[in-house]
Design a binder for this molecule. Structure first.
Ligand code: PBE
Length: 268
């Protein structure tokens, strides 16, 4: 690959998502790092707008470059590929980690235990995401998954006692992956007797909310690279409960039919 020049057709534009996302920052870094992306810009919008633009481009077999990530339903729905990133701007394998506010273990030991034991696979998260993208509400998709995966959920709740309406607030960002995970863990906590609020925020605000105790926790920390800047700023003010999902990834994603394999195959 690497022969076709798509730059003018896509107006030197990478279709991004929310401005606060790590993958958008990495894409901006890529435009500085790669000569092939000189003069390119990252257009920010929302995860939903990116998915719509991707779907429309594919319907018309047009070229498009988007900020992408795994797990995500788009790989099940469309034939896509990550562009090789020889400079490593988008990092290597990422994990998604759970972060809680300081003091949660003392205040809500049962919630702490469940959040600490929450751990699933990419295929699990993709199952929930696909259902949501096919029109099921996040709450219903989460409830179905929890019902169908009682064994896995029993491992997360193992040793935790039921509570009677204790309020807990989880922060997240409206990325498809985090809509899925946050709704699932919220459902599990609800079934345990918690009164759960989930609050969608900007990425930086989500980290800040857990750091200052406005939120009790989140399951949306992509590390080491994607949220490296946020972890550096807030890492010592939150409690890191480890990975809840391994094998995540971010990068530039294009339709399979495009004649490029590497970021270096794009042209200034
Ligand atoms: N994402 C999904 C986020 C983390 C989860 C890859 C869009 C980000 O880039 O910050």
């Amino acid at each position: 690959g690497g022969e076709t020049n798509y730059s003018e057709e896509i107006d030197y534009t990478i279709t991004g998502i929310e401005p606060g996302a790590g993958v958008v920052q990495a894409a901006e870094d890529a435009t500085e790092t790669y000569d092939s992306l000189a003069g390119w810009e990252v257009e920010t919008s929302s995860s939903g707008a990116m998915a719509t633009a991707l779907g429309e481009a594919i319907d018309n077999e047009e070229p498009i470059v988007v900020t992408g990530w795994t797990p995500h339903w788009k790989f099940a729905k469309y034939d896509l590929k990550y562009l090789e990133d020889p400079e490593g701007v988008f990092g290597e394998a990422e994990e998604i980690k759970t972060m809680v506010r300081q003091g949660l273990e003392d205040d809500m030991p049962n919630a702490y235990q469940i959040l600490d034991q929450f751990n699933w696979e990419s295929s699990d998260m993709e199952e929930v995401m696909l259902e949501i993208t096919n029109g099921t509400s996040p709450e219903d998709a989460a409830a179905t998954w929890v019902e169908d995966n009682a064994d896995k959920v029993a491992e997360w709740t193992d040793g935790a006692e039921e509570v009677d309406g204790t309020e807990i607030e989880l922060a997240y960002v409206e990325w498809d992956s985090e809509v899925a995970s946050t709704n699932v863990i919220a459902k599990v906590l609800e079934d345990q007797g918690f009164n759960v609020t989930i609050t969608p925020l900007d990425n930086a605000v989500m980290w800040q909310a857990v750091a200052n105790g406005d939120a009790d926790g989140m399951v949306a920390a992509w590390l080491p690279a994607t949220h490296g800047a946020q972890f550096e700023e807030y890492g010592d003010q939150v409690e890191d409960l480890g990975a809840n999902l391994e094998g995540a990834k971010i990068g530039l994603v294009v339709p399979e039919y495009m004649d490029v394999d590497s970021i270096e195959d794009l042209q200034p």
